[in-house]
Design a protein. Structure first.
Length: 377
């Protein structure tokens, strides 16, 4: 007859089993419920100017089932073609998923304006132009005009305004190309408020960017790692966020790929739980969608890879992962790499299911605002 184990050892063994079970991979039924919806965590750019014979775009809409797409110059020929393209993709997405599609663009005005004169649209004023003019009525009217252009083109989400405070004249990516309303945070907040009001009047959603601030950098995060530890001034750069978030005007917030060791000694803001979940959600109280800046930018892809970065961003509190250029060498796609990593992280318990549920709920709430008239927002 086998010897009996002491009661203490039996209790200890049972406790170990419980702990292992609690820290283990996601239950199959829970993963099965989440899996079909994981594509909703993505906002993806694509090649081509039409849905016809575009297998990749068809796959994004109906197999990956992305939350939204983002348009760039490569997708835009003129007003008629753009409106036709957006009609096609929004109808196809609804037929496949039963829900509305977020159709996003960078339409800040000035040099960052996808619907520009080269494609037949009238020229627009930059944030710098508007800030220097100092006329809030003009800013609201210009934003309403830009918003009208977007709505006619079938675009429902403008990834603007930029609320980076441009106090560093040597900044190449914000100040150097006229993307900041100015060096005074109160003026930046006032201009952004007028800009958002104009966009909402046109029925277009917005996004504040780039949190927690890119206006102080001396490098461009498109190209590589950007360290703002010695140049960042949170007491200045967070002012527009504090003011606008408190007023309930904000639809979404976009992150910056900037590293500040005072906020997080390990990773850039987009991947930082202390910056996104701690500062933006905890300190500033933001409860809506957080969208990443493009995960293919040098500051992220060169150091972390798209898949691992997507998981890190979601864990940090980002809800929607932006991939501006989906195609990779050898007929591979960054969105597929990101989804593979997300699925693996869920199964292994590295990415909590509750965090994904939160993100999906916030994205659905943002999507529901597409049908709400601007005057009652």
């Amino acid at each position: 007859m086998a010897a009996r184990l002491p009661r203490g050892l039996l209790v200890g063994a049972a406790l170990v089993i419980v702990l292992i079970a609690g820290c283990g991979s996601l239950a199959p039924e829970r993963f099965g419920a989440l899996n079909p919806r994981l594509g909703e965590l993505l906002l993806v750019g694509f090649d081509g100017t039409t849905l016809h014979d575009n297998a990749h775009l068809e796959s994004l809409l109906c197999e990956t089932r992305v939350a939204g797409v983002i348009l760039f110059a490569r997708n835009i020929v003129d007003a008629e073609q753009t409106a036709r393209l957006t009609r096609e993709i929004t109808a196809r997405a609804r037929a496949c998923t039963g829900r509305a599609l977020l159709v996003a663009v960078d339409a800040e005005g000035g040099r960052v304006m996808r619907l520009g004169p080269s494609a037949g649209w009238t020229a627009t004023l930059s944030h710098q132009d508007l800030g220097e003019a100092g006329d809030l009525v003009q800013t609201e009217l210009e934003a309403r005009r830009i918003g009208g252009m977007l709505r006619e083109a079938g675009i429902n989400w403008n990834l603007a305004p930029v609320v980076d405070v441009g106090y560093n004249p040597a900044n190449p990516v914000i100040v150097g190309v006229g993307r900041s309303f100015g060096a005074n945070p109160q003026i930046v907040a006032a201009q952004a408020r007028a800009y958002i009001t104009g966009m909402h009047a046109a029925g277009v959603l917005t996004a504040l960017k780039h949190f927690p601030g890119h206006g102080s950098s001396i490098d461009d995060s498109h190209a590589g790692f950007v360290d703002v530890t010695e140049t960042a001034r949170p007491d200045v750069e967070l002012v527009p966020y504090r003011l606008l978030l408190a007023e309930g005007l904000v639809d979404a917030v976009m992150t910056a790929h900037v590293f500040n060791r005072h906020l997080d000694p390990w990773v850039p803001a987009t991947l930082s739980r202390s910056t996104i979940d701690g500062m933006l959600r905890g300190e500033l109280g933001w409860r809506g969608v957080v969208v990443s800046d493009d995960m293919r930018m040098g500051a992220i892809e060169r150091h972390y890879g798209v898949g691992d970065a997507a998981v890190r961003a979601l864990r940090a509190g980002v809800d929607l992962v932006l991939i501006a250029d989906d195609r990779r060498p050898g007929d591979r796609f960054a969105s597929a790499e990101a989804l593979k990593a997300i699925r693996r992280a869920l199964r292994r318990g590295r990415l909590p299911a509750a965090r994904v549920d939160e993100a999906l709920t916030r994205i659905a709430a943002l999507r529901s605002r597409l049908t709400v008239p601007a005057e009652v927002r």
